[in-house]
Design a protein around this ligand. Structure first.
Ligand SMILES: *Cc1c(COP(=O)(O)O)cnc(C)c1O
Length: 815
């Protein structure tokens, strides 16, 4: 039992809360109401620790990292908070003693989808690790009223519905009116003489929005640290009222109200793709300006010398989305605090560090000068000045090389290149997996690596084992703790102690029983939600991630079609039954991705209802992939599909979650798959396809997908199935996919080398089939995967950021 709150007190609090919140008895309350009541009970415990943590940070004046991110894909708070407070078992027992199903209560919480995918989930895992490692930190972002859309599947097509996660209130967020700040947009800049021959630049005729922070607790595991996720919401500066009408300010007040009302409405749902929308740039400046102003205000409470700022503050830029922080910090230092430019620049560079997340051209942020200067006139001037000085440096170093200058300039071709501003304005530039960082250094950012070699470093991504094993997979977590103790919860490399147990028959049996139980539970859920019967003894082969051509869900489906065609020709074909499970949201405007979702569902309809294949293949598309669904799916996986075109996936973190839960990877040598391969060795992973170098060479080579079409019968038949009515009653629905693979329709034919890698993928899939038949061997391989997953804890990643980039020290908070 926890010392924090005994069971009887907890029961009483839950009863009382249901009464005061809903005027109901516990017996009459819904799961949703019990959930709210339980949150308010444990919030008490959290708040004490939370206040203590922040008092200590303030008193000891410690250095704090601000993780700046447009996205935080936190997942549900309730279960994870209980886990980290070590109150999970107790609360579960309390609810059950009250006659309430714990899982119903957990499921009553909306899953806050304030992110698109990997990048936002990484931010959430990092916050968990920061608190667990007792590192002083804030996550700073936006309190979107609507998170990533809810995906529904209608007639096989994705349909988007708004995600109103705040509908029933927000029991985790605390509104902090006292920290509201003003953020200014538009207008013009006037130079006002200071009297000493210098000028002060002031923005005038601007529109204002008030940024109001909501704070969410980020609880460390088994310690007293509670850090803060601070999400900013917009509010109008002036309420529309008669007073303004009379003063003739009605127009301005109306405009400001409109500006505020849309600012933090909705998350942009495009992953790995930039839309260049005005509102998006407004959102970026909104939360960055609010954060920077608050940070500098707080610093000034203890300090007068701004040269000490880098000893107290680190900004980590999660991709280029928060890059205006470089210019905003310059503005606050130079314009508002009279710091000379050169000093401010030195300070800014020491404070800021940039993480690159992608090399996909369509994801590189660029803003038109016209838009940028209109929205952020003073920030634009500052970026121009940064660029001017930087270009002088380039000239001093390289002489007059107009081509190189144009290539490397922050402002060129009428656009501001945010990645370059981030690199120039930071002391650290990191990639997110070893391969990705090498590609940055030697290809994408080669010029910058030559200019600033000392800035470049790698920080391979990680995931938190507290959510992805302890919370998501109680069975396996229990077996592991019973076998090697529970040290792995805060030191994941402890899992290596499991290695000898791969040879222990009893352990293997229990390990496989747990996997089986997870599969049975998922089969039941699939039956309930989709009405599809799946065989828990089949191989559960899962690909869950955003839908993107480079991630190659199309390769997976095409292979399923290939298998289906073989079974039609030879119904007796000897194969282990396989259940292919997909989950993926497509950006609303990404037509081809949406068509691939339709194809998966069309294939599922045909395959699942064809009695001649005797249930050897089942295909399930799980709708609305999100953190809480991932927690259900991943513990039940036998096979983890990580099949991106080599060189395209910066890291991936889904791959790590599967490995930690004992799934075997079928994957390319891409992103962190390369490091998974290094950890487990070639016998414990199924690698296929071209390497990143081979892909690079193929781009320059003459690649002709028709050659493969002609040579490989399985490929030819699978492609033909796309257009012969097998899956769409002759409407030519999937011809676009057929054409994209063979002819290119607009772009390059088979841009992601689906056909080139098909044969080797099919070979790897047969290797899996063969390996699975030997259950002893399979169990050993799966256990080795779990045992070797220690490297992929976000605790390891965050320790490296803290030591190598932030120079951040832990602070122990006493009880
Ligand atoms: C982990 C995670 C991702 C990232 O998956 P990748 O396979 O690395 O692309 C995306 N969405 C959710 C909900 C996740 O939990």
């Amino acid at each position: 039992m926890s010392q924090l709150l005994d069971k009887e007190t907890l029961k009483k609090m839950i009863r009382e809360n249901v009464k005061t919140l809903y005027r109901k008895t516990l017996e009459a309350a819904s799961a949703e109401e019990v959930y709210q009541a339980a949150v308010f009970a444990i919030r008490d415990v959290i708040t004490d620790k939370w206040m203590k943590t922040h008092d200590e940070y303030y008193e000891k004046d410690v250095k704090v990292v601000y993780y700046l991110s447009m996205e935080f894909l936190m997942g549900r708070f309730f279960g994870n908070s209980l886990i980290n407070l070590e109150m999970y078992d107790e609360v579960k027992e309390v609810l059950e003693e009250l006659g309430i199903d714990y899982n119903m209560v957990e499921d009553a919480e909306p899953d806050p989808g304030l992110g698109n995918g990997g990048l936002g989930r990484l931010a959430a895992c990092f916050l968990d690790s920061l608190s667990t490692l007792q590192l002083p930190a804030y996550g700073c972002g936006i309190r979107y009223h609507y998170g990533i859309f809810e995906q529904k599947i209608e007639n096989g097509y994705q349909v988007e519905a708004p995600d109103n996660w705040l509908e029933n209130g927000d029991p985790w967020g605390i509104k902090r009116n006292e920290y509201a700040v003003e953020v200014k947009f538009g207008g013009n800049v006037r130079a006002v003489p200071k009297g000493n021959g210098e000028y002060r630049f002031v923005q005038e005729n601007y529109q204002s929005v008030i940024a109001v922070p909501y704070d969410y607790p980020v609880i460390g595991y088994g310690n007293n640290t509670v850090n803060t996720l601070r999400l900013w919401e917009a509010r109008a500066k002036n309420k529309l009222d008669l007073k303004f009408f009379n003063e003739g300010n009605y127009q301005k007040a109306a405009e400001e109200e409109l500006l505020a009302s849309t600012m933090t409405d909705v998350l942009y749902p495009a992953d790995e793709h930039i839309q260049g929308k005005e509102l998006r740039l407004r959102q970026q400046y909104f939360f960055i300006s609010a954060t920077v102003q608050r940070v500098v205000e707080r610093f000034k409470k203890h300090h007068t010398n701004f040269h000490e700022l880098p000893d107290k503050v680190a900004f980590q830029l999660n991709d280029t989305h928060p890059t205006v922080a470089v210019a905003e910090l310059m503005r606050v230092l130079v314009d508002e605090n009279d710091v000379p430019w050169d000093d401010a620049w030195e300070i800014t560079r020491k404070v800021c560090a940039y993480t690159n997340h992608t090399i996909m051209a369509e994801a590189l942020e660029k803003w038109p000068m016209e838009l940028f200067s209109r929205l952020l006139p003073r920030i634009y001037q500052i970026v121009e000045e940064i660029n001017r000085r930087y270009c002088l440096e380039l000239q001093a170093k390289y002489g007059m090389d107009p081509e190189k200058l144009r290539r490397m300039a922050i402002i060129a071709d009428g656009q501001i290149r945010m990645a370059y501003l981030a690199i120039v304005g930071s002391h650290s530039v990191n990639g997110v997996a070893a391969l990705h960082t090498e590609i940055l250094k030697h290809q994408e950012l080669k010029d910058f690596y030559e200019l600033y070699p000392e800035k470049f470093n790698n920080k391979t991504n990680g995931i938190t084992q507290r959510r992805w094993l302890l919370h998501a997979n109680h069975g396996l977590a229990g077996l592991i703790s019973e076998t090697i103790g529970d040290g792995w919860i805060t030191e994941l490399t402890e899992l290596e102690k499991l290695l000898p147990y791969a040879e222990d028959e009893n352990f293997r049996r229990r390990f496989m029983e747990i996997k089986k139980a997870n599969k049975v539970a998922l089969a039941k859920y699939i039956k309930e939600t989709k009405g599809i019967d799946i065989n828990p003894d089949s191989i559960f082969d899962i690909q869950v991630k955003r839908l993107h051509e480079y991630k190659r869900q199309l390769l997976n489906v095409l292979h399923i079609i290939g298998l289906y065609n073989q079974l039609k020709m030879n119904p007796g074909m000897d194969m282990v039954p396989r259940t292919f499970i997909f989950g993926a949201k497509a950006a609303a405007g990404y037509r081809r991705a949406k068509l691939i979702i339709k194809l998966i569902n069309a294939v599922a309809d045909v395959v699942n209802n064809d009695p001649t294949i005797e249930g050897k293949i089942k295909v399930v598309f799980m709708e609305n992939y999100r953190v809480s669904l991932a927690e259900r799916l991943i513990p039940a996986a036998d096979v983890s599909e990580q099949i991106s075109t080599a060189g395209k996936e910066a890291s991936g973190t889904g791959n790590m979650k599967f490995m930690l839960n004992g799934a075997l990877t079928v994957g390319t040598m891409d992103g962190a798959n390369v490091e998974i391969y290094e950890e487990v060795g070639k016998d414990n992973i199924f690698i296929f396809g071209m390497s990143a170098e081979e892909v690079q060479a193929k781009y320059h080579d003459h690649y002709d997908p028709w050659f493969i079409y002609n040579m490989n019968q399985e490929v030819r038949m699978a492609l033909t199935s796309l257009i012969d009515g097998t899956f769409d009653q002759n409407t030519d629905l999937f011809r676009e996919l057929y054409d994209a693979l063979l002819n290119g329709c607009g772009g390059r034919a088979d841009e992601y080398f689906v056909l080139e890698d098909y044969a080797d993928y099919a070979r790897a899939q047969w290797d899996i089939d063969k390996a699975y038949r030997d259950q002893t061997k399979w169990a050993k391989m799966a256990i080795v995967n779990v045992a070797k997953s220690g490297k992929f804890s976000s605790d390891r990643t965050i320790r490296q950021y803290a030591e190598e980039i932030w120079d951040l020290k832990p602070l122990h908070i006493e009880d």
